[in-house]
Design a protein. Structure first.
Length: 162
């Protein structure tokens, strides 16, 4: 099955356009896990490359380390935006902006999974109980897809609420 994304609709070849759903957002993020995270430190925005850990029906999951400035920014102002891209060329580039509130999760089972899934993090801290490891997710928010065909149409693009 081949899907194309444009104007926040998906099209299964040969079938009519269908409104996008959360699963389309999850699939796009999983296929393109390198993304960009925007936070704010007071009035100063900060954007940095980030990596999606995993995504499922309960949200989009990420990790950071407690000593980092970004963790303090998330605590002070949990409103964030992620931008995922397929890194296509000018004609095929697609992005998904994901806006919501970062929810910091203090869940030992999640931290154990984190260190299993991303073993390079074991070199930091003393294990899953170490507060240096921080997991956060975006469980509720809004996603919007954009392509070059959508220039000047941002306000009319479908918003996918989750």
């Amino acid at each position: 099955m081949r899907w194309t994304v444009g104007r926040a609709f998906v099209q299964n070849q040969g079938l009519p356009l269908q409104p996008m759903k959360l699963n389309d957002c999850l699939d796009f993020a999983r296929k393109n896990p390198v993304c960009y995270l925007a936070t704010a430190d007071g009035r100063q925005p900060h954007v940095r490359a980030w990596l999606l850990w995993f995504a499922d029906a309960t949200g989009f999951y990420f990790q950071t380390l407690r000593p980092k400035d970004v963790f303090a920014q998330l605590q002070k102002n949990p409103r964030v935006e992620f931008c995922f891209t397929n890194n296509g060329d000018f004609a095929s580039v697609q992005t998904m902006r994901l806006t919501g509130r970062a929810e910091i999760l203090d869940d030992p089972a999640l931290k154990e999974k984190l260190l299993t899934d991303l073993p390079f993090l074991k070199a930091v801290g003393t294990g899953p109980a170490d507060p240096v490891h921080q997991v956060f997710r975006i469980a509720h928010g809004e996603a919007v897809f954009w392509t070059m065909a959508d220039i000047l149409k941002e306000k009319t693009l479908e918003r996918i609420k989750f």
